[in-house]
Design a protein around this ligand. Structure first.
Ligand code: CO
Length: 229
């Protein structure tokens, strides 16, 4: 049955009319360049990249790396956490690697990440505290963080978090199996800076032949040296 809202309640289509209009213009712009664009997308998606990033509205995957629909397979959550117990993330990774045959997985953290910053605060935030628990553990794993001032500690934790999540990804069953079968799929740990829109130098890269544990330890040491000269 159609919704019968009282006249004082605006319909959703009115409230969000500007977004629907944006969508119309967006379709127009794309099809002006390539009239077959959406027809081709409908037939298949064959992206070469997977993006695992933060939910933060300032870090939109496609825009940052200049890719169109169909070119990057995206999974986002608060503070770009990769847990082998997270069915959502693991299902996305499995589909990306085993079905789409993704060549590169980018784990992209960002500076000034609310989730990472919250993990450094000694106060309760609610449910999110369970989610960011693995990031809180970075303080214990890297005691040198305690000696930094707050801005540096935040930056360093964002970087260590990307190393940690890239390592977790390298340890998951999907990647282990893909690599053991000779499939080439590389993990790239990136940091995005919301203040200038730039992606910084990768903090880690793990491929089929590299030892993830050694690579992570070396990436963590590089980060420590940068922040504790
Ligand atoms: Co964030």
């Amino acid at each position: 049955m159609a919704a019968r809202l009282p006249p004082s309640v605006p319909r959703m289509s009115d409230i969000l009319a500007h977004l629907i209009e944006n969508n119309r213009r967006w379709v127009q712009g794309i099809t002006a360049q390539d009239p077959e664009f959406f027809k081709k997308l409908e037939r298949q998606q064959r992206p070469e990249y997977m993006w695992i990033g933060c939910c933060d509205s300032r870090v939109p995957a496609n825009e940052i790396i200049g890719l169109l629909p169909g070119e990057v397979f995206v999974h986002r959550n608060v503070a770009n956490v990769v847990l082998t117990s997270d069915l959502n993330c693991m299902s996305a990774v499995q589909y990306a690697v085993e079905v789409l045959g993704i060549r590169h997985i980018i784990v992209c953290g960002h500076y000034n990440c609310g989730g990472v910053n919250a993990s450094l605060e000694d106060m309760a935030h609610g449910l999110i505290d369970y989610w960011i628990w693995p990031i809180k553990q970075l303080q214990r794993k890297h005691p040198w963080l305690a000696g930094l001032d707050t801005p540096r500690r935040r930056d360093a934790t964002c970087e260590l978090n990307v190393v940690e999540q890239s390592f977790n990804l390298a340890e998951c069953k999907v990647l282990k199996r893909a690599w053991s079968e000779g499939q080439e799929v590389d993990i790239h740990g990136w940091l995005y800076d919301v203040k200038d829109g730039r992606v910084r130098d990768p903090v880690i890269r793990i491929d089929r032949v590299g030892d993830a544990r050694t690579l992570a330890a070396s990436a963590e040491e590089t980060i420590r040296r940068r922040h504790c000269p």
